[in-house]
Design a protein around this ligand. Structure first.
Ligand code: GTR
Length: 331
């Protein structure tokens, strides 16, 4: 038999084997998984989810796919997390801050001034502690798949430059729907208003809130920059994003497909990291271009001191305090 004919026969045989194994292995349960993300179509987290979809399609021969609902099409973060927990949404990409009331370990990652640098954050998330935190989601009805970058969060407001905590006195600051974030703002002497992400623009333009806090890409992509010009690089948290699957959707996958989903999620996180730094830099430049006033001489030490009591309030001795200590010890 000529080489190319032999190749063709082999290919036919191989696809027959794949087909039979798919039928036996549950190809009947082929499905489209629904993924929720609050960010817009071009935002890196959404692009990363699309990357994961591509990898899952390729590696399951098109049996499984992920339909990405961006821009809050499936709801605001807190609701979509609840829906994911009950299995109505299959995959969710959210900030770890609103996850804190569901998974205590997620709250640890949203603590202020916990990470010394982006390198420290990556070392923790990419190492055994990161795996341990992802695994901790399972006790609460989620399967933790990967972390995505989100940079550092800083304050911005419509009223005045903020250099030290005292400058925040009396300001109404929007925070994510998280008790920990509300308490952090109170420690800084400001008034905390928890609002879903999609309501912040209206909140700023109507004066319901005077300011908010977020990373550079969110500050710019939401147009908050046009309303709240005073930006202060407090970099108070480095709250990462997390990608989870509902326990129900996970149960529908066999062992081989689970491995494919996990691996695709991890690869999407690597892709995301490559995109992130460029986006962050571009967004910072765009903020300046849009008229943001970048406050000089922000006293980060004063902010860190003011929010330090949060650790006493939100990190009880035992498992969580031990986790914080181990994170700090990562060199
Ligand atoms: C962004 C994050 C969103 C959402 C938002 C917020 O940085 O990517 O998932 O949590 O912050 O402040 O609500």
């Amino acid at each position: 038999m000529r080489a190319c004919a032999r190749g063709a026969v082999l290919a036919v045989l191989l696809s027959a084997v794949v087909l039979v194994s798919q039928v036996l292995g549950g190809a009947a349960q082929a499905r489209e998984f629904r993924a929720a993300d609050t960010q817009t179509a071009d935002y890196p987290t959404v692009q990363a989810l699309l990357t994961m979809d591509r990898l899952v399609r390729e590696r399951t021969g098109g049996r499984h796919s992920i339909k990405v609902f961006h821009s809050r099409q499936l709801g605001e973060e807190k609701e979509t997390i609840e829906q994911t927990r009950v299995g109505a949404i299959d995959i969710n990409r959210s900030s770890t801050a609103p996850f804190a009331s569901f998974v205590p370990e997620a709250g640890v990652l949203a603590l202020p001034y916990l990470f010394r640098s982006v390198e420290h954050l990556h070392k923790v998330l990419d190492g055994p502690i990161g795996d341990e935190i992802l695994a901790s989601f399972e006790a609460y009805g989620f399967v933790g798949l990967a972390f995505y970058d989100s940079g550092a969060r800083s304050f911005y407001n419509t009223v005045r430059p903020i250099r030290v905590p005292a400058d925040m006195a009396g300001l109404r600051i929007r925070v994510q729907q998280s008790d920990q974030m509300i308490a952090m703002i109170r420690l800084l002497g400001a008034e905390a208003i928890a609002l879903p992400y999609g309501q912040v623009t209206t909140g700023l333009s109507t004066g319901i809130v005077d300011g908010a806090e977020n990373n550079w890409p969110s500050y710019v992509s939401t147009d908050h920059v046009k309303l709240a010009r005073y930006h202060s690089a407090t970099e108070h948290t480095m709250t990462p994003e997390v990608l989870v699957m509902s326990a129900r959707a996970w149960a529908a996958l066999d062992a081989a497909d689970r491995q494919i989903f996990r691996q695709a999620a991890r690869e999407s996180a690597l892709y995301m990291r490559q995109q992130w730094f460029e986006w962050e830099g571009r967004s910072r430049a765009a903020a300046r271009g849009a008229g943001a006033v970048l406050t000089e001489g922000v006293d980060k030490k004063a902010f860190a001191d003011a929010v330090a009591p949060l650790y006493e309030q939100f990190v009880p001795p035992g498992r969580l305090r031990d986790l914080v200590e181990r994170i700090r010890m990562v060199e």
